[in-house]
Design a binder for this molecule. Structure first.
Ligand code: UT7
Length: 334
C-alpha cells in the first residue's frame, strides 16, 4: 500500500531582542522610511551572544514534536537546514540539536541551500518517507544570521534576522493528507549573487579573511531581486498548472520572507488576494531557512491555519536555489 508524506506539526522560536529600523539608523547611513519602502521590514529579532543556531533550532523542534502528538522516540530522521551552522565543518547542527532535544541513535544531517533550505529539506523528508525508509522526520530551519552580517554594511544589515522553525513530517496512508507536489532547483552560475566567501577551502580562516571581512554575507541585491521575481513567478505558476490547481484554491500562500516587494510581485502575478498571503517580513526580516516555518507557525499560532488547508510555499536564495511546494496542513488545528 502506498505511503505519503504529511505535514503533521509546526513549531518556531523567535529571539526576544528586537533590532528596529530606528536602531539601525544609529548604526549605518539609512532611514526607517527607506527600509520600509524598499523591503517592508520594520524590525528583526537578534539572538543573544550565548544563543547558537542549534539552541534556537532545538526550541522550535521541541514545540513541533509536542504538537505532533508523537513521542520524541518516534522521530527517526533529523534534518537541519542552515547556512549559519554552530560549527562550519563538524559536527552538523542537526547532530547538536539531536543531543539538545534528547534524541539519540537516529540519522541526523544538515543541508545547505540558504533560504531554500527548509523546502529543500521537505523534498528529502518526502523521499525518505515515501520510499519506506523513515516514518517521522524532524525538519528544522534555523539561522543565527546576525553571526555573518556586517553591521557596518547598510546594503545587507537591514535585511536579516535570527530565528528557527521546525516541522514533523510523518508517513500516512491517507492520500488526501499527503504532499500534493514539491520541487527544488538550482543554478550555480549565479553563485556570486549571494555569498559568504570565508572560511572555506577557497579562503581558509586567516588574518586576510578578517581584514577583508570575507566572513560576512555579500549580496548583489538588485540583481538577486530581479531574478527572484522572475524565477519565483514562473516556478509557482508551473506548480499550480502542473497540478491543475487555481490560485483561489490556495488557502495560504507562504512565500520566503525576503522583501515585501518580491512577495507582492509574485502574489499579484498569481492573482492572490491579500488574505491569502502570509507576511512576517515586517517583524522578522529575512531569516533565511527559518523564514517559511516561522511564517507557517505564525498563522498556526494565530488560529488561521486549519487542518486540511492547502499551503503554497515558495522560496529563493543563495546558490542560487529555489523551490515550491503544495502541501495540505495535516496537523491538528490549534
Ligand atoms: O533571501 C535571499 C534572496 N534575497 C533577496 O531576494 C533580496 C533581494 N534584494 C532586495 O531585497 C533589494 O535589492 C534590496 C532591499 C537589497 C535593495 O533594494 P533595491 O531597490 O534593489 O536598491 P539598490 O540596491 O538598487 O540601491 C538603490 C540605492 C543605492 O543608492 P544609489 O546608488 O541609487 O545612490 C544604494 O546605495 O539605495 C542605496 N541603499 C540604501 N539607502 C539607504 C542601499 N541600501 C540602503 C539602505 N539605506 N539601507
Amino acid at each position: 500500500m502506498a505511503v505519503y508524506a504529511s505535514f503533521r506539526s509546526i513549531g518556531a522560536y523567535a529571539p526576544e531582542k528586537i533590532l528596529s529600523n530606528s536602531d539601525l539608523e544609529k548604526m549605518v547611513d539609512t532611514t526607517d522610511e527607506w527600509i520600509v519602502k524598499r523591503t517592508g521590514i520594520k524590525e528583526r529579532r537578534i539572538a543573544e551572544k550565548h544563543v547558537s543556531t542549534s539552541d534556537m533550532g532545538a526550541m522550535a523542534a521541541k514545540v513541533a514534536i509536542e504538537r505532533s502528538g508523537l513521542d520524541k522516540s518516534d522521530i527517526d530522521l533529523i534534518i537541519c537546514a542552515t547556512v549559519t551552522p554552530d560549527y562550519f565543518n563538524m559536527p552538523s547542527t542537526a547532530c547538536v540539536i539531536s543531543d539538545k532535544i534528547g534524541i539519540s541513535n537516529v540519522q541526523a544531517f544538515d543541508i545547505s541551500a540558504a533560504c531554500s533550505g527548509f523546502v529543500y529539506s521537505l523534498t528529502i523528508a518526502k523521499a525518505f518517507i515515501e520510499s519506506g525508509m523513515k516514518k517521522n522526520v524532524l525538519v528544522v530551519g534555523a539561522e543565527k544570521f546576525s553571526s555573518i552580517v556586517d553591521y557596518t554594511d547598510r546594503s545587507t544589515c537591514i535585511l536579516f534576522g535570527d530565528g528557527a522553525g521546525a516541522a514533523v513530517i510523518s508517513a500516512t496512508k491517507d492520500k488526501s493528507e499527503g504532499f500534493v507536489d514539491i520541487h527544488a532547483s538550482a543554478d550555480g552560475s549565479y553563485a556570486d549573487f549571494l555569498v559568504t566567501p570565508a572560511p572555506g577551502s577557497v579562503h581558509p580562516a586567516n588574518q586576510k579573511m578578517l581584514d577583508e571581512k570575507l566572513n560576512f554575507v555579500q549580496m548583489k541585491g538588485n540583481e538577486t531581486f530581479k531574478l527572484a521575481v522572475k524565477t519565483l513567478t514562473k516556478d509557482v505558476i508551473d506548480i499550480l498548472e502542473t497540478n491543475n490547481i487555481k490560485s483561489e484554491d490556495i488557502k495560504h500562500f507562504i512565500p520566503h520572507q525576503a522583501n515585501y516587494r518580491i512577495i507582492k510581485a509574485v502574489g499579484d502575478a498569481l492573482g492572490m488576494r491579500e488574505d491569502q498571503v502570509v507576511l512576517t517580513v515586517q517583524k522578522y526580516g529575512n531569516t533565511s531557512a527559518a523564514s517559511i516555518p516561522m511564517a507557517i507557525n505564525d498563522i498556526y499560532e494565530s488560529g488561521r491555519l486549519k487542518e486540511g488547508e492547502l499551503m503554497l510555499l515558495d522560496t529563493f536564495g543563495g546558490g542560487l536555489t529555489w523551490a515550491s511546494a503544495l502541501i495540505p496542513f495535516a496537523g491538528k488545528t490549534k
